[in-house]
Design a protein around this ligand. Structure first.
Ligand SMILES: Nc1ncnc2c1ncn2[C@@H]1O[C@H](COP(=O)(O)OP(=O)(O)OP(=O)(O)O)[C@@H](O)[C@H]1O
Ligand SMILES: [Mg+2]
Length: 266
């Protein structure tokens, strides 16, 4: 999946300047969707770095947009803020060279207009979505060396005209058995830098059983579960070095049992 993502990002910068949009209607937008904590934001940030490396470390710029800072309760302000952001800040960065823009939690900006009733939802948001679409088209025309990487937990809440403009929509799944093992190992190794005996748990018998018990948790939940294991008792909390694989197994089991029924059914 990472290779597919990287290749699509690289292609954006190799082809869009050279091939007409009537032949390949690329907008320079990649959307990552998936449950909370599956690593979408981290992946998007890493992508910018890896794309730059693919071009021998060419000068890439990374901008991060937090849509929440744009939405305002005052009527009409959001649409204006969105237009200004795209037509000024992003356009200025893009005019100076290859640019990647992280649009985190894009459903707040490009909310599905067909799902909102005009009395329940501010018309302002409706206009903000229109503004995003208009600006995306304009930027795609002007700047072939611009790539948006958008993320969302709620793909159904993203406007279909936005999704239609995405060159690739990638669903980030929960980590499988092997990925759970790698996340857990990485977490224990990181702790091992401060608490060496925790680091050794990653290669101790019983590790695989713990990794298997993590299946069903997202990456963030796995790391939080390790913190819960360190807090298994006041003793381990004072001396985290005393944590055992039994503690980790129990914490993983309990983290899964306490997941919301909605998350568990997925
Ligand atoms: N696949 C993974 N490998 C390693 N660590 C992961 C992975 N997925 C999540 N994590 C851990 O979880 C943390 C949260 O990940 P991130 O913020 O990228 O998730 P997200 O999908 O953007 O979540 P949200 O939808 O809630 O914004 C990361 O800092 C990392 O520690
Ligand atoms: Mg995120």
């Amino acid at each position: 999946m990472k290779t597919q993502l990287l290749s699509q990002a690289v292609l954006n910068f190799t082809i869009r300047g050279k091939v007409s949009r009537t032949v390949l209607p690329l907008h320079g937008v990649i959307l990552l969707v998936g449950e909370p904590g599956t690593g979408k934001t981290s992946l998007a940030r890493g992508l910018a770095h890896r794309t730059a490396l693919a071009f021998q470390g060419g000068r890439f710029r990374l901008l991060e947009v937090e849509p929440h800072t744009l939405t305002s309760s005052a009527m009409g302000k959001t649409q204006r803020a969105v237009s200004d952001l795209f037509s000024q800040a992003i356009a200025e960065a893009a005019s100076q060279g290859p640019t990647i823009v992280l649009l985190d939690e894009v459903e707040t900006l490009a909310a599905d207009r067909s799902k909102m009733s005009l009395d329940a939802n501010p018309i302002d948001i409706h206009r903000a979505t229109d503004a995003v679409l208009v600006q995306l088209d304009a930027l795609a025309d002007r700047f072939p060396e611009l790539l948006f990487v958008a993320t969302s937990n709620f793909p159904d809440a993203v406007d279909s005209a936005f999704t239609s403009r995405c060159d690739l929509v990638l669903r980030i799944p929960l980590p499988d058995r092997e990925a759970c093992g790698r996340i857990l190992k990485d977490c224990l190794a990181g702790l091992g830098q401060t608490f060496p005996s925790i680091g050794r748990l990653a290669s101790a018998p019983g590790f695989d059983r713990c990794a298997a018990e993590c299946v069903g948790l997202d990456g963030r939940a796995i790391r939080k579960m390790v913190a819960n294991a360190l807090a298994s008792s006041p003793q381990t909390a004072v001396n985290p070095d005393q944590v055992t694989l039994e503690n980790i197994f129990a914490a993983a089991k309990s983290a899964k049992a306490n997941r919301s029924p909605e998350a568990r059914s997925k």
